[in-house]
Design a protein around this ligand. Structure first.
Ligand SMILES: *Cc1c(COP(=O)(O)O)cnc(C)c1O
Length: 394
């Protein structure tokens, strides 16, 4: 089995081989066929790359080849965004009358699918405390058709025992879908624990340069074919150039992730005892309530940390304004550090009760980029120092 860097550089080599060292961009909406028989065959080839770009494109197939090998799954597919990967999967696997289990601490868009979209389509949902594996079992009903997990979760960095949930789901014949965006396949491979399907906002670490919105989904070929069939109807197709940029970004994923991990760890350690900070949520800290489980499941803890300020909503917002390197922006996983204050960012998206149930008001999500560790730490500590009353700094 080749190493991760060899995979990201070479795993797509047999997909549309070319004498060009950098893969060509297949900027075409459609493909021609020699004869009627070939045309009929390529039209129905699941996740094909020769018929019409909504059905598949060589640039999609190249990304998919790398993702499948990185995640250790049989196959993968590409979508126009992370949310497209989620909604296409959900639409393919559940119908009115079914039941879906998700987590209480989860990405805002996933929460909205669980709380708003699915109930409107007649699918009931239960959101559980992911830190308690028994909670998933208690939520199971005879109608449960899918379990959605996310570990570490956005933005609270809670850990799900992927193995326990996968075992439980398999025992009941229920498929599992894991959001692996925060961990990346470098730090954690959900399929190794028995999770069936893995999705990513490839917008984040996989692409890594904050210049593309994309999604990927990895899993067994047969299940992906069913999801791809629905994807033809939802039409959430990634443009060929964006797929090409995503592949280019992924080439350096194994170089970037260790730096994100180191920066996340250093920031968490530097801020956890700061007097303006009440708590740092980061699975790499020994004080994280699930540190042991995280250390058992992950080979690195990622670049995202949750910093809770004792001063609450206003202090969190002030901290953001005083960072010099990290910009206020709703993404993560790029080479540059970004930070958000979820309680203010979500004001227009979720109800007040939903926000209160999801995040503490004084929480900042800091996503460390790949800048020099010492610069990021000095900047974050200096920003936190400005929040202290003069008496406390003296
Ligand atoms: C950003 C994000 C998503 C959504 O992905 P898009 O590419 O923005 O659609 C899903 N899950 C997590 C954990 C994310 O951070």
């Amino acid at each position: 089995m080749p190493g991760k860097s060899t995979i990201t550089v070479h795993a797509d080599r047999d997909v549309r081989p070319s004498r060009a060292v950098a893969p060509p961009i297949y900027q075409t909406a459609t493909f021609s066929a020699e004869d009627a028989e070939t045309f009929a065959r390529v039209a129905v080839a699941p996740r094909g790359q020769d018929f019409y770009t909504r059905f598949g494109n060589p640039n999609h197939a190249q990304v998919a080849a790398v993702v499948a090998e990185l995640e250790g799954t049989e196959a993968a597919m590409v979508t126009a965004s992370g949310m497209a990967a989620l909604t296409t999967t959900v639409l393919a696997l559940v119908s009115a009358g079914d039941h879906v289990i998700g987590q209480r601490s989860t990405y805002g868009g996933t929460a909205s699918v669980l709380l708003n979209l699915l109930p409107r389509l007649g699918v009931s949902t239960t959101l559980v405390d992911q830190t308690d594996p028994d909670a998933f079992e208690k939520a199971l009903t005879a109608k449960t058709r899918l379990i959605l997990v996310e570990s570490p979760s956005n933005p609270l960095l809670q850990i799900t025992d992927l193995r326990a949930v996968a075992d439980l789901a398999r025992a009941h014949g229920v498929p599992t879908l894991a959001d692996n965006t925060f961990a990346t396949p470098l730090n954690q491979r959900p399929a190794d624990f028995g999770i069936d399907l893995v999705w990513h906002s490839a917008t984040k670490y996989l692409n890594g340069h904050s210049d593309v919105c994309a999604g990927v989904l990895a899993g067994p070929a047969e299940t992906l074919n069913r999801i791809w069939d629905v994807g033809l109807l939802t039409g959430a197709t990634l443009g060929p150039i964006d797929a090409w940029l995503l592949l280019r970004g992924m080439r350096t994923l194994p170089l970037r992730v260790p730096r994100h991990n180191a920066n996340g760890q250093a920031l968490a350690e530097a801020l956890q005892d700061h007097p303006a900070v009440s708590r740092v949520h980061y699975p790499g800290l020994a004080t994280h309530p699930q540190h042991k489980l995280a250390a058992d499941r992950m080979s690195g803890f990622g670049g995202v940390l949750g910093i809770e300020f004792a001063g609450g909503f206003e202090t969190a917002d002030a901290f953001l304004g005083r960072l010099r390197h990290a910009r206020r922006s709703a993404s993560l996983g790029g080479v540059e550090s970004l930070a958000v204050h979820p309680a203010s960012m979500w004001r227009g998206m979720l109800s007040e009760e939903q926000i209160a149930a999801s995040v503490p008001p004084g929480l900042v999500r800091l996503a460390a980029g790949i800048e020099d560790t010492s610069d990021l730490v000095a900047d974050a500590v200096a920003a936190a120092d400005t929040l202290l009353a003069p008496a406390a700094t003296a």
